[in-house]
Design a protein. Structure first.
Length: 84
C-alpha cells in the first residue's frame, strides 16, 4: 500500500538505496519472518499473499539469495500437495 500511495515514480528522499536496503536490519527481519513462513508447517502463508509479497519485493528491487530457493521449494511443495 505504501508503494502505491506514492504514485508513479515520485521524488522521495528518504528511501533506501539498493545497497542500504541489503544492509538494513529491518529488511533482514522481514527476510527472517518470510523464511519462517516458508519453512514452518505451523505458519499459514497463502498463495495469494506469497504472490503479492513476491511482486512487492521485486518492485523495490530486494533480492535475498537464501529466500529465493525457499520460495521455489514452497511453491513446489504446494503443487505436489495439490496433485494428491
Amino acid at each position: 500500500m505504501i508503494l502505491h500511495a506514492r504514485g508513479n515514480k515520485p521524488k522521495v528522499y528518504a528511501d533506501y538505496s539498493i545497497a542500504e536496503m541489503d544492509q538494513s536490519w529491518r529488511m533482514e527481519k522481514i527476510a527472517a519472518d518470510l523464511k519462517f513462513a516458508l519453512v514452518s508447517d505451523n505458519a499459514f502463508f497463502s498463495p495469494t499473499n506469497m504472490g503479492r509479497i513476491s511482486r512487492k519485493l521485486g518492485e523495490v528491487g530486494y533480492k535475498n539469495t537464501e529466500l529465493i530457493p525457499l520460495w521455489f521449494e514452497r511453491i513446489n511443495q504446494m503443487v505436489v500437495e495439490k496433485k494428491r
